[in-house]
Every structure is written in structure tokens, then in C-alpha cells.
Design a protein around this ligand. Structure first.
Ligand SMILES: Cc1cc2nc3c(=O)[nH]c(=O)nc-3n(C[C@H](O)[C@H](O)[C@H](O)COP(=O)(O)OP(=O)(O)OC[C@H]3O[C@@H](n4cnc5c(N)ncnc54)[C@H](O)[C@@H]3O)c2cc1C
Length: 386
């Protein structure tokens, strides 16, 4: 065999958090596994806020996704403990809860409706007066009109999650090829691996496409098997609460201001993440004056004191958006090619269940019942054997 030709049971193309968790779980189950990515452990997780917000991110019409989100939220404590044990690296997992607040009468009415919807689904969410919100979070603006206390929506630090997954994958024996896949290889209409930009040829029994927002355009994959995934730009800011300063917020605080979502995620290390815009601008990742202005303006309305804090980072990243905002997990229309993509605004939250589902598929050939609604074939004509 040519020295730059490698053979594995599984090749995962894309080493963001979704590709890495898939590779880690596959290797744990005894499959020889490789990841191809020029910069594994980077991707959208480098930008993301890390809210594990199954309940406060709930939108009308997304009840099916809610079940998966809740299942992953329940998996987080044991998943985080396992990953920390395996690697010795902390994830910054913080079971701190979330407070969603309203700043005017219209927002209050919307939030009341959302509360009714949440409780009709049996979700735990408590309505609080404006005064009670400020009692919980004294830095909130005096004008806060009411809010929802959701004690089950937590947070994790996505950069630390990505670093730990990378380490765990390597410790479990995953081979990292630090190069892009130039194209997926097919033989007689079956995916057989990939050719990388550096000339390496990788042959694999199963190939998993996990290139996030790039998944919709992978060369070599026939048109009908490509996932309908698009980039959704998000700009985000990081402020820093100086050491010795009283904690700014004790939990994630979010609101809808002028129709846009704004959230503040306080980390234990003093970082305060302010996010995020949602823009349909293709591959553009420019941080704009307008984006930063809007985020700071809305965050300032929520927590006026934050304008004193140092602004330490501004970034933009790309969420892998799908037509129904839910992930694509399972077989593609091209035999031998599996998909783990389209996690949109919930990729950090969905990391634990994605690992479980993909490992099950790779080892048994079928996905758990709970994952059936997320089959990529909901957007294509027919499913093929793996
Ligand atoms: C501003 C913002 C805020 C967010 N906040 C949250 C949040 O609070 N909670 C939450 O749950 N989610 C959040 N998300 C979403 C979450 O970050 C994503 O859903 C998740 O990171 C997607 O992971 P992924 O591994 O599928 O894709 P990515 O992170 O995009 O990783 C894809 C990887 O594929 C690699 N790649 C691309 N092309 C190739 C190729 N040809 N060959 C090899 N490798 C390739 C890239 O280098 C990259 O490493 C947020 C996202 C953004 C942008």
C-alpha cells in the first residue's frame, strides 16, 4: 500500500465538537477511527456561548427537537464527568440555570405566552415578577417587567469542551489527519473514504460527514445525497469581570429586545459572553460595527452596569443551519456515507446524544428510536443501507 494510503473502519470528516464526539465514541466501541480536519477542536465551538438551553431556546413548532434537546441536557452531567475523568481537563460545566426576562409590556405578554406553552408541555419554568427577577440578579435593569426562571438550563464552556473531546479522542486511539478532505471517494456508488488536500488517501468502511456549516458542499458527494445545510452567521462578544469584582450575574440571563435575542452567559473564570446575532450572509465572518453596537445596546438595556467591563474579544462564527433547525443524524442517500451535521444553534447542547446516536449507528447499523425523526432522509428521497 502507498505510504500515504490509510485504512480505517470509520473516517470522520470534520473535527468540530460533533465530529470529535462521534470519533471518540466510535473508538471507545472498538472501531479503528480517523478524523480529517486541518484544525480539529476549532470550528463554531470556538465562538459559541455554550448555553444548554433546551427550555429557554424552545420555539413554537420545534417540539420534536425539544425531546432530543431535553435528552441531551439530561445526559450532560454524566457526559461531562466521563470526559473530565478521561482527560483530566475541566469543561466549565455549570448547572446554574437561566432567567429569561421581559423589558416592556409587549415582551412581557410574549414571555407569558411562552410560559403557558412551556407548562403545557410539562416543562419546568417559573413565572417571576420584575422585583423577584432583580432579587435573583441585582444587576438587572430596574425596568425589568417579569421573567421566567428555568433552573434546568445550564451552560458549558465550548472551547474547553472541544479541547477535552480532542484529547479524549486521541487517548482512545483516534488518528488525526490535520488536512482538509478534498473530496469524498466513491466506488460503484458507495462512499469509500476521502482524499485529503495533502494527498493522503483514506479508505474507510463508513465515512461520517461532520463538517458543520460546510457540509452542504462536500465535493464528491452526489447532489441528491448532500445535506441541505447552510451557514448562519453569529457575532458574539466577550467581556471580562475583573478579578476581585463582585460576580456580575449568577446565571445566564436572556431577553428579546426589539425582536432580537440577547443573552449574557457568566463563566466562573470571570468571562461574560454576550451574544448573538443571527444573520443569513453566506460565508461572511466579518465582525461589524453594527453587530457589536446592537449586542452592546441590547445587553446594556438588560444589565446597564456592563458597559464598565473590559471588552476582550469580538468574534463571528457560522452555525450549521438546517431547514427545520434540527440536526441530520444517520445514513445519507449515498451508501457508506453517514451524516452528523445541521445542529444549528444547539450543537453544544446536542453533543452528548449525538455521540451516543452515531456510535449506535456505527456499531449496530441502526439508530435508537428517539433519533428516527432526525434521519437525513427526511429531506431526500430514499435511505440506503450503511
Ligand atoms: C455565535 C454562536 C453562538 C452559539 N451558541 C450556542 C449555544 O449557546 N449553545 C449551543 O448548543 N450551540 C451554540 N452554537 C452552535 C454550535 O456552536 C454549533 O452547532 C456546533 O459547534 C457545530 O459543531 P460541528 O462540529 O457540527 O461544526 P463546526 O464547529 O463548524 O466544525 C466543523 C469542522 O469541520 C472542519 N471542516 C470543514 N470543512 C472540512 C473539510 N473539507 N475537510 C475536513 N474538515 C473540514 C472545520 O475545520 C471544523 O473544525 C453557537 C454557534 C454560534 C456561531
Amino acid at each position: 500500500m502507498h505510504p500515504s494510503h490509510h485504512r480505517y473502519d470509520v473516517l470522520v470528516v470534520g473535527g468540530g465538537i460533533i465530529g470529535l464526539v462521534t470519533a471518540w465514541r466510535a473508538a471507545q466501541r472498538g472501531l479503528s477511527t480517523a478524523v480529517a480536519d486541518p484544525a480539529p477542536g476549532g470550528g463554531a465551538a470556538h465562538v459559541a456561548a455554550g448555553m444548554l438551553a433546551a427550555v429557554t431556546e424552545l420555539q413554537y413548532g420545534e417540539q420534536t427537537l425539544l425531546e432530543l434537546n431535553l435528552a441531551s441536557a439530561r445526559r450532560y452531567p454524566s457526559f461531562a464527568a466521563e470526559l473530565e475523568d478521561a482527560t483530566g481537563l475541566g469543561l466549565g460545566y455549570r448547572p446554574c440555570g437561566t432567567l429569561a426576562v421581559a423589558l416592556d409590556a409587549d415582551d412581557r405578554a410574549d414571555l407569558r405566552e411562552l410560559h403557558t406553552f412551556q407548562t403545557s408541555l410539562g416543562l419546568r419554568s417559573e413565572w417571576l415578577s420584575g422585583r423577584d427577577c432583580r432579587r435573583l440578579e441585582p444587576m438587572l435593569a430596574p425596568g425589568v417587567r417579569g421573567g421566567l426562571r428555568v433552573d434546568g438550563d445550564h451552560q458549558v464552556d465550548p472551547r474547553r469542551l472541544a479541547a477535552a473531546l480532542l484529547r479524549a479522542a486521541e487517548l482512545a486511539g483516534v488518528v488525526l489527519h490535520r488536512s482538509s478532505a478534498a473530496r469524498i471517494e466513491t466506488v460503484r456508488d458507495r462512499a469509500t473514504g476521502a482524499v485529503l488536500d495533502d494527498g493522503t488517501m483514506i479508505t474507510a468502511g463508513r465515512t461520517v460527514l461532520a463538517t458543520g456549516s460546510r457540509s452542504g458542499g462536500m465535493p464528491g458527494v452526489p447532489e441528491h445525497a448532500l445535506p441541505p445545510v447552510r451557514p448562519v452567521k453569529g457575532q458574539i462578544l466577550r467581556l471580562r469581570v475583573p478579578p476581585g469584582h463582585a460576580p456580575f450575574l449568577s446565571r445566564t440571563v436572556r431577553a428579546v429586545v426589539r425582536g432580537g435575542h440577547v443573552y449574557l452567559v457568566p463563566r466562573e473564570n470571570g468571562e461574560l459572553v454576550v451574544g448573538a446575532t443571527s444573520e443569513e450572509l453566506g460565508w461572511d465572518t466579518t465582525v461589524t460595527a453594527g453587530g457589536v453596537y446592537e449586542l452592546l445596546r441590547d445587553a446594556h438595556e438588560l444589565v446597564p452596569g456592563l458597559t464598565e467591563l473590559p471588552l476582550v474579544e469580538t468574534l463571528a462564527g457560522l452555525r450549521p443551519g438546517s431547514p427545520d433547525n434540527a440536526p441530520l443524524l444517520g445514513r445519507s442517500a449515498l451508501p457508506g456515507l453517514l451524516l452528523a451535521t445541521g445542529h444549528h444553534r444547539n450543537g453544544v447542547l446536542l453533543t452528548p446524544v449525538t455521540g451516543d446516536i452515531m456510535a449506535e449507528l456505527l456499531t449496530t447499523g441502526s439508530v435508537p428510536e428517539s433519533a428516527r425523526p432526525f434521519s437525513p432522509t427526511r429531506f431526500t428521497l430514499q435511505e440506503q443501507p450503511a
